[in-house]
Write a protein that binds this ligand. Structure first.
Ligand SMILES: Cc1ncc(COP(=O)(O)O)c(C=O)c1O
Length: 455
């Protein structure tokens, strides 16, 4: 499938805008820090971010010099043991977290389990976990799993995040913890973190924020918003690579006191307080308590004694090669101005929506492609969706043309814009190819209608 060869007046005007925007792009230099295959317009950085150009050398050095030459000494000599915490602190800059609160470990789903279980133990006198049906479904599966382990707790699913606020007003005193997805994985709607966290705190509930689609797309201020827990992944906008480790944020005000209390208690063999006997914990403590979270892991004590810092949220041995790959991307992110990222995210997504709508109007197919993302960039993330009843084969045809986005059932065409490397010119190209495929019905070809396992 190829786009129309003759540019229309609309296309010429859009091209002029794209050229001007690319010319004034404050982040244009960062594109060269990534390896992108020629001929591909990559609009899926919100699912799997592009590869930092330096990653091969970085991982190879770890394989040869650290694993190969230093062998097991690398746990000390090359800082392997401390990577989860050190990289967590580096990542903290992207999420507005002061050091000591973010741990790079496991994946988002496992970290969510830890956060919810911790929250329930801290609100043992309350019976509800609250989430909304627009959450990423895997998050809801995790919550169901947690509920199956805590017989006194049930899961309440509201229809939307706004409905969750209503439930907090109506039944807030029963709610132990509420989950919010910061940016909706389908629509890209952005929730006001401060306001929603405050609504939960007003009724004594704890908050967990899923940052999967916001980290690396917009500035995040976990500390300033007084968030309790947050979880996220680093393989999307952060460019950590396939299966890159996830992270968990635990506000320091929740971490410190009880862990000190607990270890003091366990060391002195004191009886547990009445609150702890009833299951209620003063501060966060997660139940997958492996040796990496132990206060003295190499003492190999028979009983668990949590360490007095964010490592208490680790479990077992960390994936060092994946962490080293992520380091290559953090070398880039360390210097990035997140306000510039947000500005460009808004401009790219605005331009894409405008280009698709304008070109679709010219092609008389405007009614077929309905934008499902907020029109206002300040309440949107860095991806955009269009609905079309034949979304799946349309996305297959787009990918066949070199424009890579993704499809989300039942009818969502999703395009992620990575401000560090996507350009306005390729954004326009993607809009033209999309409109062309819909207008010509190129998606009807049988090869685009065969479903793969991953969409
Ligand atoms: C919003 C959101 N939450 C949770 C997850 C699950 O993350 P993981 O598979 O890394 O546990 C994803 C994965 O894409 C996601 O997009």
């Amino acid at each position: 499938v190829t786009a129309q060869p003759e540019p229309s007046q609309t296309e010429i005007a859009l091209l002029a805008t794209a050229v001007a925007q690319d010319h004034g792009d404050a982040l244009s230099a960062s594109r060269s820090l990534f390896s992108l295959p020629p001929g591909i317009t990559y609009l899926d950085g919100n699912s799997l971010g592009a590869k930092p150009a330096s990653v091969n050398a970085r991982v190879n050095a770890c394989i040869d010099d650290e694993w190969g030459a230093s062998l097991i000494r690398s746990w000390n000599d090359h800082g392997w043991w401390d990577k989860a915490r050190n990289l967590g602190d580096r990542l903290g800059r992207l999420i507005g977290a002061a050091p000591g609160q973010t741990l790079l470990t496991d994946n988002l789903s496992v970290n969510l389990f830890k956060a919810v279980a911790s929250a329930i133990r801290m609100r043992a006198d309350r019976s509800l976990i609250l989430a909304d049906r627009t959450s990423f479904p895997s998050d809801l599966y995790v919550l169901e799993g947690v509920v199956s382990l805590f017989p006194q707790v049930s899961l309440v699913l509201s229809e939307t995040p706004d409905d969750s606020l209503q439930i907090l007003r109506d039944r807030g005193s029963d709610v132990a913890v509420v989950l919010f997805n910061h940016i909706d994985f389908k629509t890209a709607r952005r929730l006001p973190m401060h306001e929603f966290t405050e609504a939960a705190h007003n009724v004594g509930a704890l908050t967990i924020w899923d940052l999967a689609h916001s980290i690396g797309a917009i500035p995040i201020s976990l500390d300033r918003c007084d968030v309790d827990f947050a979880v996220g992944c680093t393989y999307k906008y952060v460019n950590g690579g396939p299966g890159a480790p996830g992270f968990i944020y635990v506000a320091s005000r929740l971490q410190q006191p009880t862990q000190r209390e607990q270890s003091a208690q366990q060391q002195s063999g004191q009886q547990q307080s009445g609150q702890q006997q009833s299951g209620q914990r003063q501060s966060a403590s997660q139940p997958i308590q492996g040796w990496w979270a132990h206060a003295d892991p190499f003492a190999f004590e028979t009983s668990f004694r949590p360490i007095d810092n964010v490592m208490a949220f680790a479990t077992g041995t960390q994936p060092i090669l994946s962490m080293v790959a992520l380091e290559a991307s953090l070398d880039i992110w360390d210097d990035v101005d997140m306000n510039a990222v947000e500005t460009k995210a808004g401009a790219l997504t605005d331009f894409f929506i405008h280009a698709v709508n304008t070109l679709a109007a010219d092609a008389r197919i405007i009614a077929q492609l309905r934008c499902g993302s907020p029109a206002d960039a300040t309440v949107r993330g860095s991806h955009v969706i269009f609905h079309h009843e034949h979304g799946y084969p349309i996305m297959r045809a787009l990918i066949d043309s070199g424009v890579i986005g993704d499809f989300r059932a039942p009818d969502v065409l999703r395009f992620g814009f990575a401000p560090l490397y996507n350009t306005f010119a390729e954004t326009l190209h993607a809009a033209k190819v999309l409109v062309h495929i819909v207008a010509t019905k190129a998606w009807e070809a049988p090869e685009f209608n065969i479903r793969g396992a991953v969409t």
